[in-house]
Design a protein around this ligand. Structure first.
Ligand code: HEM
Length: 361
């Protein structure tokens, strides 16, 4: 068993993710060395598994380009709303289905058709032809994230993705554009759908955002009592259920130091997000309280990493996840569809939840 050095305080996590004077090559190397599993299982070749600084610059720039094209003021964003609604209709079950499975298929559909192929008609469906279905691909991605392996081959996945995502001149690998991004996004969507169940329809900030998915509405607090905004909800979901619960690095210590500290460093994102900016443990850290983001002293946020390798999708990813989650909440409203929980001890908040179609009168 490899010894690892677990970081749970703000200073320790900062020093690990954003060490003073570190050059990007060293940071990429420390990340690439612990990220071999998506390369092995899926054929991911992007900056997440590479030590190459030029490849890092090119990939991050390309991602920034995708994000700015789909910003909330753009026609692409307005089309994303329609793509999301069409995806929900496509994937809702005839009788019942696993909630996480449904959110995985839907998020994949939104990412691929809405963001990666923004020029196609919004009502286009992801038909699978001779290839894997959306459910088979998303299940394979989930299995790789959880266990490092899948029974589906990387060639099959690449072939299936290639039918929807055009090859690019400088990077022929569609897996790079989907797996590392979509895998985080769907987790945030699923956790948001469940966390927001506590609000009644008339008091749910996500449903206001569903009706009016603009940047202003996303940030606006609710009603005369200044209740939480959709942004506060997303921050609190990210704090309690960060899609990346741990960030790993191989340390560059000399060998004698690694005997004491271990060869691996782990930033425990869930643990460190129990502190506020002043380094104090927040009140009732295990409770979902979006209002805490309206206070003077906010909790710390490491869900998108920190420093030179920090995620470029913060805060756009929160808005997209809020959009998808709000549209699901709007459709699964207890009238035609409802959420039901079956037993068991869950590892994740979404384990054991089903979407069920209600009989029509
Ligand atoms: C809920 C959604 C997301 C979460 C929680 C998330 C989280 C993260 C985290 C923790 C990292 C840092 C990894 C590390 O330090 O090793 C990261 C990096 C990255 N993320 Fe995200 N991410 C999300 C969505 C996205 C989206 C939608 C994009 C699409 C543009 C994206 C693109 C990237 C890229 C390109 C990097 C690498 C940055 C670099 O190496 O400089 N992420 N993400």
């Amino acid at each position: 068993m490899l010894k690892s050095d677990r970081r749970t305080t703000i200073d320790d996590v900062e020093k690990m993710l954003d060490p003073p004077d570190a050059v990007v090559e060293a940071l990429l190397q420390a990340r690439a060395r612990v990220n071999r599993y998506p390369e092995r299982a899926l054929g991911v070749t992007s900056t997440f598994v590479s030590e190459d600084a030029r490849m890092h610059t090119v990939f991050v720039e390309r991602m920034r380009g995708l994000l700015s094209r789909a910003d909330m003021q753009t026609p692409t964003w307005r089309r994303l709303v329609k793509v999301t609604e069409a995806g929900i209709t496509q994937f809702l079950p005839t009788t019942s289905c696993d909630l996480a499975n449904f959110i995985r298929c839907l998020t994949f559909h939104v990412w691929v058709l809405g963001v990666l192929k923004p020029d196609d008609p919004s009502d286009r469906r992801l038909l699978s032809g001779h290839h894997l279905t959306v459910e088979q691909i998303t299940n394979a991605f989930f299995s790789v994230s959880e266990t490092g392996n899948t029974s589906v081959s990387s060639d099959q996945i690449r072939g299936a993705l290639g039918q929807w995502i055009p090859d690019h001149d400088d990077d022929n690998n569609p897996v790079n554009l989907v797996f590392p991004v979509y895998e985080k996004l769907w987790r945030l969507v699923a956790a948001t759908v469940l966390c927001s169940q506590g609000y009644s329809v008339s008091k749910n900030p996500l449903l206001d955002f569903c009706e009016n998915p603009t940047r202003r509405q996303f940030e606006t607090s609710r009603g005369t009592d200044q209740g939480p905004s959709a942004t506060d909800i997303m921050n609190e979901v990210l704090r309690l259920h960060p899609p990346v619960q741990e960030i790993w690095r191989q340390c560059g210590h000399p060998w004698w130091e690694t005997l004491v500290h271990g060869r691996m460093q782990v930033a425990d994102i869930k643990a460190v997000q129990k502190f506020d900016e002043a380094g104090e443990v927040i009140e009732e850290p295990n409770k979902f309280v979006p209002e805490r983001w309206r206070g003077e002293r906010k909790p710390v946020m490491f869900a998108f990493g920190s420093g030179q390798l920090k995620c470029p999708a913060d805060p756009w990813a929160q808005a997209l996840a809020a959009l998808i989650a709000s549209k699901v909440t709007d459709r699964v409203d207890g009238m035609a569809f409802t959420l039901e929980k079956i037993g068991g001890t869950p590892k994740y908040i979404w384990d054991g939840w089903l979407i069920c179609r209600l009989p029509s009168n």
